[in-house]
Ligand binder design. Structure first.
Ligand code: CAO
Length: 443
C-alpha cells in the first residue's frame, strides 16, 4: 500500500516568509528520510527542509523565490510501505507534540536558528551554512543534485547553476563539482581580472609594497582629520560626476581698492582679504543661480533659502572647512573678520562641529600659496566648489593695445547631475563680472 504524505516546513523558530532559494528534487525522485527537499534562506541563515519520509516525489508545491513559513507544504511524497508505517499522513497534532530532544537539529549549529520548542521528530530545519550564503538561482532555474552534492557545493561556495551536469537526467555529480573547481583554479588570471560587464568598479586591490626594500622609510600614522577627510574625499571623488570650469576674473581694480582700504585701516587692525570679497561675490552668484545653493536628496533637489559659505583652511593637522553662516547678510569687513577668526580657530584645532556644518557652497583658495588652476573636490552634499589660484598680471587686449591686468584664476567644480556646463559657465562669468567691478554688488 502506498500513501501520500505532505512534507511541511517544520518549526523554524522566529523566521517567517523565508524565501525558497533552491529546490533540490524533481518529480519522480526517490528520497530517503532527511534528504533535503528545498533550501530556505533568511537574512541570517540557510536552512534545508528535509524529507520527513522515504518515498517518491509526486508533487512540488513551492516555487523558487516564494516566501514560506512554518507549516507550508513543500512537497507531496508517495511514501513506501515502510515509511507509511512509521509516519502518519501530515499529522499536525503529532508534529506539534513531538519533543525537541528527538530532533537531529540538536547536532547542527543551532545558534543560527533557535532550537524549536516543539520540533517535529522527522522534519527538523537544519541550518547548514551561515556564510557564505548559497548563491541565488536565477528565477525559474533549477539544478538537480543529491543533498550530499549540494552540501559539497555549499562548502566550496560553488554556484550549482554554473556547473555542467554529467549524471543521468541532468544530475550534477560530485565529479562535476570537482571539475568545475579545478577549472576555476586553473583559469588564466586575465579572465579573473576582466572588467565586470555588470557595472561596479572592479578595482584592483591596493598595491602592497615593502618600501623599506628600496631605501630607508619612516612610518607615521595619519592624523585623525586626514583619516576622516580621506574617506569623504574618496567617496565624493568616486560618486559625483564632477566637471571643473575655468574662468579668469580681472581683479585689477578690486585689488587696488583692497590695498588702499587696508592702508587706511592699518590702525583699526581689520584686514580686508580677497577671500572676504570672494565670499561676498559668491553669495550674490548663489542667489542668482539657485541650483548652486542646493543638494540632491534622492529624486529631489533641495533648494536652500539660506546662504552659508564654507572655506577650506589649511592646518598643521590637515584640511578643515569652517562655515560662515548667513554670509549674504554680512558686510565684506564682517566676512574678513569672521573668516580670519575661524581660520585661527582651525589652525589651533578649536573649531566646534557646529562651526563646520551646514555649508551650502565652499571656496578653496590656494592663492596665498600659488597655483594657476586646480580641480577642487566637491564637499558633498554640496553641488559645487570654487577653487581660487594665485592672481597674476597678464597682458589683456583692450581693443587698442595689450594692457596689464591682474587676473584671478577661478576653477569651479560642479556636480553635472544638477549643474550643466552652460549654467556653470554663466555662474563663473557672473562671478568674474562682480569681482571686476564690485559696484555691481549694489545693484
Ligand atoms: N592671489 C595672490 N595673492 C593672494 C591670493 C590670490 N588669489 N589670495 C591671497 N593672497 C595673498 C594675500 O594678499 C596675502 O598677502 P599679504 O600678506 O601680502 O597681504 C597672502 O596671500 C595671505 O593671504 P591671507 O592671509 O589673506 O589668507 P587668504 O585669505 O588667502 O587665505 C585661508 C585664508 C584660510 C583660505 C588660507 O590660510 C588657507 O588655509 N588656504 C589654503 C586652503 C587650502 O588648503 N585649499 C585647498 C583645499 S583642497 O586640498
Amino acid at each position: 500500500m502506498s500513501q501520500l504524505i505532505e512534507v511541511k516546513v517544520p518549526d523554524i523558530g522566529d523566521y517567517h516568509d523565508v524565501p525558497v532559494i533552491d529546490i533540490c528534487v524533481i518529480v519522480g525522485d526517490v528520497v530517503k528520510v532527511d534528504d533535503a527537499l528545498v533550501t530556505l534562506e533568511s537574512d541570517k541563515a540557510t536552512m534545508d527542509v528535509p524529507s520527513s519520509a522515504a518515498g517518491v516525489v509526486k508533487e512540488i508545491r513551492v516555487a523558487l523565490g516564494e516566501k514560506i513559513s512554518e507549516g507550508a507544504v513543500v512537497v507531496v511524497l508517495e511514501a513506501s510501505e515502510a515509511a507509511v508505517a512509521a509516519i502518519p499522513v501530515a499529522a499536525p497534532a503529532a508534529v506539534a507534540a513531538a519533543s525537541a530532544a528527538d530532533a537531529p537539529v540538536a547536532a547542527a549549529p543551532v545558534a543560527v536558528v533557535p532550537a524549536p520548542a516543539a520540533a517535529p521528530p522527522t522534519a527538523p530545519a537544519v541550518p547548514v551554512a551561515v556564510s557564505p550564503p548559497v548563491a541565488g538561482l536565477a528565477p525559474g532555474a533549477r539544478t538537480h543534485a543529491s543533498p550530499s552534492v549540494r552540501l559539497l557545493a555549499r562548502e566550496l561556495g560553488v554556484d550549482l547553476n554554473r556547473v555542467a551536469a554529467s549524471g543521468p537526467k541532468g544530475r550534477i555529480l560530485k565529479e562535476d563539482i570537482t571539475a568545475y573547481v579545478k577549472g576555476v583554479l586553473t583559469a588564466p588570471p586575465a579572465a579573473a581580472a576582466a572588467p565586470s560587464l555588470g557595472g561596479g568598479l572592479d578595482l584592483l586591490p591596493w598595491p602592497k609594497v615593502d618600501f623599506a626594500k628600496f631605501g630607508a622609510v619612516e612610518v607615521k600614522p595619519l592624523a585623525r582629520i586626514k583619516k576622516i577627510s580621506a574617506q569623504n574625499l574618496a567617496r565624493n571623488w568616486v560618486m559625483i560626476p564632477a566637471v571643473t570650469y575655468h574662468e579668469d576674473a580681472d581683479i585689477t581694480d578690486l585689488e587696488a581698492f583692497r590695498v588702499a582700504i587696508n592702508r587706511e585701516n592699518e590702525k583699526s587692525g581689520v584686514k580686508i582679504t580677497m577671500l572676504a570679497f570672494l565670499i561676498k561675490a559668491c553669495t550674490l552668484a548663489l542667489k542668482k543661480f539657485p541650483e548652486f545653493n542646493s543638494s540632491l536628496d534622492g529624486d529631489n533637489l533641495v533648494l536652500k533659502q539660506y546662504f552659508h559659505v564654507a572655506f577650506a583652511a589649511d592646518t598643521p593637522n590637515g584640511l578643515v572647512v569652517p562655515v560662515i553662516r548667513n554670509a549674504d547678510q554680512k558686510s565684506v569687513s564682517q566676512l574678513a573678520v569672521e573668516s580670519g577668526e575661524l581660520a585661527t580657530k582651525a589652525r589651533d584645532g578649536k573649531l566646534t562641529p557646529g562651526e563646520m556644518s551646514g555649508a551650502c557652497f565652499t571656496i578653496s583658495s590656494v592663492g596665498g600659496i600659488g597655483g594657476t588652476s586646480f580641480s577642487p573636490i566637491i564637499n558633498a552634499p554640496e553641488v559645487a566648489i570654487l577653487g581660487v589660484s594665485r592672481s597674476v598680471m597678464k597682458p589683456v587686449w583692450n581693443g587698442r593695445e595689450f594692457a596689464p591686468r591682474l587676473t584671478l584664476p577661478m576653477s569651479l567644480t560642479a556636480d553635472h547631475r544638477v549643474i550643466d556646463g552652460a549654467l556653470a559657465t554663466r555662474f563663473n562669468v557672473y562671478l568674474a563680472q562682480l569681482l571686476a567691478d564690485m559696484r555691481r554688488v549694489l545693484l
